[in-house]
Design a protein around this ligand. Structure first.
Ligand SMILES: Nc1ncnc2c1ncn2[C@@H]1O[C@H](COP(=O)(O)OP(=O)(O)OP(=O)(O)O)[C@@H](O)[C@H]1O
Ligand SMILES: [Mg+2]
Length: 365
C-alpha cells in the first residue's frame, strides 16, 4: 500500500512564499498528474514529497505517517527527472544497478530486477551501451528503469517527456500508462501539458501560483471547471469567455445579457446571482454551432481558418470586438473574411462564472 497526503503544506524560499497551503489525498494505485503553468510550484511540491526539499509548514504523510523528517532515500519513493540524470561513464546496466549496489542489495536480486526492468522497458539490447550512445527516448526508458528497479512505493515523474519529439512523447505516454497498469503503484506525474494530464491521469491537480485550483477526474475538470482558470487551462483551443451582465435569475438558470449583444440562458444553481452583476459566459469551441442562414445567437467575422483535415478551427471577432474560436468536425469552406452565424451551444454545454472571484456558478446536479 502507498497512500499519500499533503496537509496544509507550504514552502517559502527565504522571504518568498511559493506554496501557499496545499491539501491533497492520494489513494493507493492512483495515477495523479500535477499540471499548471511554468513557475506555479509543481516541481517544488514534488520535491517536497520526495524529500529533496523541506516543507516550511504542514505535513507530508505516506501511508498515514508523517515523513517530514525522513530523508529522501528512506521514503520508499523513486523520482524520474526531465534531465534523465544518467551517469555518462557507466553502461546502461551499471546505471540500472548502481543504486541497488549502494544499498547493499544482494547480487542475484540486482540481476533479477535489472533483467525484469530491461525486459519491461525493451532496453535489453542496450544494456552494454553508454547513455551517449542512446536516443532521447531510449535514455528516458533507462531513467524510468532506474526508478523501476528500486521497486518504490510511489513513482514521481517531473516532466519526463518534455525533451522528446511529439511522436515519441505519445509513445512514451502509452508506455508509462502500461507500466502503471502492470505495477499498480501510486504515481505522481508533473507536466505543464494539459493533453498529457487529460490522457494519463486518474485525477488531475491543477496548480496556479502555489495554490490548488481544482483536483478531480479529467472529464470532471473539463465538464465542470470550478473557476475561470481551470476552464481556460483544460482544453485546447481554450474555452471562449464572453463578458455580460445578469439579466434574469430563474429557479435553475441565469439569463445573461452579453455585452456584445444577445441574451443566453445558462442552466445552473443561481445562488448568489445578482441582477446587473458582471459575469463571464463560457463556451467551448466544439460546442459552438454554425448556422446555415447566418442567423443564430451571434455573428462572427472570420479572421483565420485552420484546416487540420479531420477537423477545422475558425477564429474571428464578434461585433463587440471580443474574439471567439470554434471547432468544426471535418473540413470547411468558410474562409477568412466571411461572416457567419453562430449558435452559442446547447444549454447543457454553457458555463457561467462570477467576473470578480472567477468562481463558477455550480452546474445542476
Ligand atoms: N531554490 C529556490 N529559491 C527561490 N525560489 C525558488 C527556488 N526554487 C524554485 N523557486 C521559485 O518557486 C516557484 C515555483 O517553482 P517550481 O520549479 O516549483 O515551478 P514549476 O511549476 O515546476 O515550473 P516549470 O513548469 O517551469 O518547471 C517559482 O517562482 C520559482 O522561481
Ligand atoms: Mg518544474
Amino acid at each position: 500500500m502507498a497512500t499519500l497526503s499533503l496537509k496544509a503544506v507550504t514552502k517559502a524560499f527565504g522571504p518568498t512564499k511559493v506554496i501557499h497551503g496545499i491539501d491533497l489525498d492520494i489513494a493507493h494505485g492512483e495515477f495523479i498528474v500535477f499540471v499548471g503553468p511554468s513557475g506555479c510550484g509543481k516541481s517544488t511540491l514534488l520535491r517536497m514529497i520526495a524529500g529533496l526539499e523541506d516543507v516550511s509548514t504542514g505535513d507530508v504523510e505516506i501511508d498515514g505517517a508523517v515523513v517530514n523528517a525522513i530523508p529522501a532515500a528512506e521514503r520508499g519513493l523513486a523520482m524520474v527527472f526531465q534531465s534523465y540524470a544518467l551517469y555518462p561513464h557507466m553502461s546502461v546496466k551499471q546505471n540500472l544497478s548502481f543504486g541497488l549496489e549502494n544499498l547493499g542489495t544482494p547480487k542475484a536480486e540486482i540481476a533479477r530486477r535489472v533483467d525484469e526492468a530491461a525486459r519491461m522497458l525493451r532496453i535489453e539490447p542496450l544494456l552494454a551501451r553508454k547513455p551517449g550512445q542512446l536516443s532521447g527516448g531510449q535514455r528516458q526508458r533507462v531513467a524510468i528503469g532506474r526508478a523501476v528497479v528500486r521497486e518504490p512505493k510511489i513513482f514521481l515523474f517531473d516532466e519526463p517527456l518534455s525533451n522528446l519529439d511529439a511522436e515519441l512523447r505519445v509513445q512514451m505516454r502509452i508506455e508509462i500508462g502500461n507500466l502503471h497498469q502492470r505495477l499498480g503503484n501510486t504515481m505522481i506525474y508533473v507536466t505543464h501539458d494539459q493533453v498529457e494530464a487529460m490522457t494519463m491521469a486518474d485525477r488531475i491537480a491543477v496548480l496556479r501560483d502555489g495554490r490548488l485550483e481544482q483536483f478531480g477526474k479529467p472529464l470532471d475538470l473539463y465538464n465542470r471547471p470550478a473557476n475561470l482558470f481551470v476552464a481556460g487551462f483544460i482544453g485546447s483551443p481554450r474555452m471562449n469567455f464572453l463578458s455580460g451582465k445578469i439579466a434574469g435569475v430563474g429557479a435553475n438558470s441565469v439569463d445573461v445579457a452579453l455585452d456584445g449583444g444577445g441574451t443566453v440562458s445558462i442552466p445552473c444553481a443561481p445562488e448568489g446571482a445578482q441582477p446587473g452583476e458582471a459575469v463571464k459566459f463560457g463556451i467551448r469551441p466544439e460546442h459552438i454551432g454554425l448556422t446555415v442562414n447566418g442567423a443564430g445567437d451571434a455573428a462572427l467575422a472570420v479572421t483565420l481558418t485552420e484546416q487540420l483535415g479531420g477537423e477545422s478551427y475558425l477564429h474571428g471577432a464578434l461585433p463587440s470586438g471580443e474574439t471567439l474560436s470554434m471547432r468544426l468536425a471535418g473540413q470547411t469552406r468558410v474562409a477568412r473574411g466571411d461572416s457567419i452565424g453562430l449558435t452559442l451551444g446547447e444549454p447543457g454545454f454553457r458555463h457561467l462564472f462570477h467576473t470578480d472571484s472567477g468562481l463558477a456558478f455550480a452546474p445542476l446536479a
